[in-house]
Design a protein around this ligand. Structure first.
Ligand code: BGC
Length: 740
């Protein structure tokens, strides 16, 4: 913190103290209450609540006049004039919709993620919103879980860096400046580990894994200044997050010394009783307040019971003051006491050309080229004779936006069909068929029409995947193959002999083992947002080259889940020699245990597409991996470098990734862990040296005593274009400082 910042912080604490001295207990509890707004009108009960100081924050109000009127009532008509927090789920854009967070993560581009969050902040701030419920930092290793779409993927380092980038975008360098909104690191914690990928389910994550995998992105976002934290719906090792003293007090407040405001998730304090953790609402309020949830979302157990819990001596008033302090601090930081009114005229119009241009860049940057047999892509528009665009997602302005787009306006959406037609002009008649009514439909009656089109087309662009509603909160799937009759559609189209380009619009990794052989190329564009069409069209025709890399592993079959690159080695790791498919086992084979290793009999042990994978229209080779020294002293640093050479036919952008393995640890360590990455632009034929410098801190992990350790010993390091990079070197971390 700079000196000015710490003076400002001290002044804020003094102002809070002065305010607390003037507040009644009921007014204090009012500040801990977050209620649903009317959305364009103010219900009488809310007006009364705001006036009486019985509510400190509202959510889901995006009409600027209504938000201003609520703020006016709060600041002019309530006794103490305390302004309101106005929260909204601004998850991946507002009016302008950017790719879903999982798609943005595929860009591996923090600057792009910051830019998208910045625009989303400005568009929502223009409507009176001052607080978003993002970024979601739940490590997601289970594609069945619908909320994987909202996540930044499976890796703590990638999710941490991109989460921090998102925080910087929402908040800017000063929360009080117009256009900045407070971020919320959610859902604290381990929600992504919901059993069987079923939303709201229990999580059982050992403390060591919690600390090494699930918590680091939250720490990174808080270090970047995230102003608030949201508790998770789930229970962790039997204790629901909204009453979890270990998470909220021991970790957040004591270990991390965070003063971010903690908000419950929707109704999750009342649900403590539904979990069977508390008897009734009164005990729920008690447990949540004791654990340190500052603000209660949607339910009113605080308002209904905290005053009497204090009067009965079960909670001290100073406990309540501590919660109120965290809420007021955020309001001061947002500058709301100086001005809570929004002047919409000061903001650029929503969905302006520059916002849509950014949405286009983000959609281009998030696309991952999964396969490209015989360079099927890019297409050459000048020689193409006929083109069919088929699929339920090719021309649907709404579905391309993805989940959590309350404010996304589909009138700004440009679809793939539109953009492809615009690109090829009148020269080719681009024909369209849906093929199936929607992505879930099992009916096959529309397939014949699609096949007829494909049969007469040199190339068919088949836009398959999932509608928006198949992912996101509460939208989990037990089988993550292509839903409905889409596999049948794909096979029927491929059987015509047309060149099949599959564009995959999806909110999660799909198990595509059966689909891949039928496609000449497969481009995963996630739910790309408003500018899906121009982005995909430019990628198909080679105006732009794909550069995205997978932020999450794609399984072959659903039964492999959870499958992620940073798994443990086990005591019986699989090897190519020990692997056998069940079809290759001799009849009446006897059971043996010697030589058995860790794999499934009915599928290969590798994923279909590994974490970090992504092709481009060029080809990059990695050569000469080196390290500045074979040893890394405790106080020192080590540089690892590699030559990257663009040997392919075009300019390209490559995301170079550094992975490390700690060979022996106080606890078993993952087979690889991402430590650093960087995006490098390479002209055709260009060779560049890429360097990463690491320090012992980068190698730290939590050991058996749940303390951060930097353990001397041997490490392997790989640099390459995915988590299966082969170029390897090794180094030793010394247990003492030496001159390198
Ligand atoms: C979700 C949160 C969201 C909140 C408010 C909940 O159901 O879990 O992520 O921010 O609703 O809309």
């Amino acid at each position: 913190m700079t000196r000015t910042a710490s003076l400002q912080a001290a002044e804020i604490e003094q102002r809070i103290t002065a305010l607390l001295e003037r507040m009644s207990l009921d007014e204090k509890v009012g500040q801990l209450t977050l209620l649903q707004a009317g959305g364009g009108h103010i219900p009488e009960h809310l007006r009364e609540d705001v006036r009486a100081g019985r509510v400190g924050a509202v959510l889901n109000e995006v009409h600027v006049d209504t938000a201003n009127e609520l703020q006016r009532i709060a600041t002019e008509e309530s006794r103490l004039g305390i302004p309101l927090l106005v929260g909204r789920d601004v998850i991946h854009g507002f009016t302008t919709v950017f790719p879903i967070p999982l798609g943005q993560a595929a860009s591996w581009d923090p600057a792009l993620v910051t830019a998208c969050a910045r625009v989303a902040a400005q568009e929502s701030a223009a409507c009176g919103v001052n607080w978003t419920f993002a970024p979601m930092l739940d490590i997601a290793r289970d594609p069945r879980w619908g909320r994987i779409a909202e996540s930044l993927g499976e890796d703590p380092v990638l999710a941490g860096q991109l989460g921090a980038a998102m925080v910087r975008g929402f908040q800017g360098d000063d929360l009080a400046k117009p256009g900045a909104i407070a971020a919320c690191a959610k859902h604290f914690a381990a929600y992504g580990a919901s059993e069987s990928g079923r939303d709201y389910n229990s999580t059982n994550v050992p403390e060591n894994e919690l600390r090494n995998v699930y918590l680091p992105p939250f720490k990174a976002a808080l270090d970047a200044g995230a102003a608030s934290v949201m508790t998770s719906f789930s229970d962790l090792d039997g204790v629901p997050a909204s009453a979890n003293t270990f998470l909220l007090r021991d970790i957040l407040r004591e270990e991390w010394r965070s003063d971010a405001m903690v908000v419950s998730d929707w109704d999750s304090i009342r649900q403590l009783a539904v979990h069977g953790f508390t008897e009734d609402d009164r005990s729920s309020a008690f447990e949540a307040a004791r654990a340190g949830v500052d603000l209660e979302m949607a339910s009113t157990t605080y308002r209904d019971h905290l005053p009497s819990l204090v009067r009965d001596g079960r909670l001290t008033e100073s406990r309540i003051d501590a919660l109120v302090r965290n809420v007021l601090r955020l309001k001061f930081r947002l500058g709301l006491f100086e001005s809570a009114q929004t002047d919409a005229a000061r903001f650029a119009p929503a969905a302006s050309p520059s916002h849509l241009a950014l949405a286009y860049e983000a959609a281009v940057g998030s696309a991952v080229l999964l396969t490209n047999r015989d360079w099927a892509l890019p297409l050459d528009a000048s020689t193409l004779t006929s083109l069919a665009v088929i699929g339920p997602l090719a021309d649907d302005p709404h579905e391309q936006l993805g989940t959590w787009v309350f404010d996304g306006d589909a009138q700004y959406s440009r679809t793939i069909l539109d953009a492809v037609r615009a690109h090829v002009g009148d020269r080719i008649d681009v024909r369209f068929a849906r093929g199936v009514a929607n992505t879930r439909s099992r009916r096959t009656d529309l397939i014949d029409e699609a096949v007829a089109l494909a049969a007469n087309s040199e190339v068919t662009v088949l836009v398959l995947g999932e509608e928006a509603i198949l992912s996101g909160e509460a939208h989990c799937r037990a089988d993550v193959t292509l839903p409905g009759a889409q596999q049948a559609l794909l096979e029927a189209v491929a059987a015509t002999g047309t060149k099949v380009i599959v564009v995959l619009m999806t909110g999660r990794p799909l198990a595509l083992e059966a689909a891949v052989p039928h496609a000449h190329a497969m481009l995963c564009v996630w739910h790309p947002g408003s500018m899906a069409g121009p982005a995909v069209s430019d990628l198909l025709f080679g105006v732009r080259s794909p550069s995205g890399k997978l932020p999450v592993t794609f399984p072959r079959v659903t039964g492999q889940i959870p499958i992620y690159y940073a798994h443990k080695h086990t005591g019986k790791p699989v090897t190519p020699e020990s692997y056998i498919h069940q079809e290759d086992i001799e009849p009446r084979a006897h059971q043996v245990s010697v030589g058995n290793t860790s794999f499934h009999l009915d599928t290969h042990y590798t994923p279909l597409f590994p974490f970090g994978h992504g092709l481009s229209y060029s080809h990059v080779e990695y050569e000469h991996l080196w390290s500045s020294s074979g040893v890394l002293p405790m106080e020192g640093r080590l540089t690892l470098g590699v030559d990257v050479v663009n040997v392919g036919p075009r300019d390209t952008v490559e995301t170079v990734q550094l992975y490390v393995r700690d060979l022996v640890g106080d606890v078993t360590r993952p087979v690889r862990e991402l430590k650093a990455f960087t995006r490098v632009a390479l002209a055709r034929g260009e060779r560049r040296t890429v360097e990463f410098t690491i320090t012992p801190r980068d190698l730290a992990f939590y050991g058996r005593a749940q303390r951060l350790l930097v353990e001397p010993g041997r490490f392997h390091a790989w640099i390459g274009g995915s988590s299966t990079a082969e170029l390897r070197t090794e180094f030793t971390l010394l247990d003492h400082a030496t001159s390198a």
